[in-house]
Design a protein around this ligand. Sequence first.
Ligand SMILES: [Zn+2]
Length: 222
Amino acid sequence: MSELNLILLGPPGAGKGTQAEKLTEDFGLPYIGTGELLRRHKSEGTELGREAAGYMDNGDLVPDELVIRMILDEIEDKGRDGFLLDGYPRNLEQADALGEALEESGRSLTAALLIDADDETVIQRLSGRRQCRNGHVYHVLFNPPKNEGFCELDGTKLVQREDDKPETVKRRLKTYHEHTEPLIDYYEERGLLRRFDGTRDAGEVNDHIRATLAMLRLEERL
Ligand SMILES: [Zn+2]
């Protein structure tokens, strides 16, 4: 069986999380989210986690080299058939560093999956999200609760997360356009980019991605 070594790209709110969940189910690939990975290392007090905590506690960014070591450990541990990497790389330097590290470990990327959406769609999707304290998510337009402002499952109050406030969303989009969007050309030049329309229905996007990955596997076998 050929490996599927994948990274996910795209603006916040394009549906990367939803697609990642479906893909890990469909293909049995381990999901590697760097935010989650850092938190886990930190809370488990691993050597890498303690090192990272030193930077985080000082308000500094965790160096790329350290994050990449965590990613490679994870791949070695669970990624025999491939992996789905989310949240890394976020800029060109990180993309280079990741490519080199993978090469050294005898692997290469199969594809960079871009789930794209325009700013207007992202702002509408994210700024309409409301969440209860138990993590149940609604949307004022697309999935409103029966009782406005309250969770249907536990009756607790719905609030807007800081991350979903329009000002925050606009700031996140700006960072994405400046630093992460150049990765689209980067992976396109290397023949690795696959584009998906994240403004479509999540099921449709998933079908499209699955068809693309099936094709990639076939091509590798030929
Ligand atoms: Zn709830």
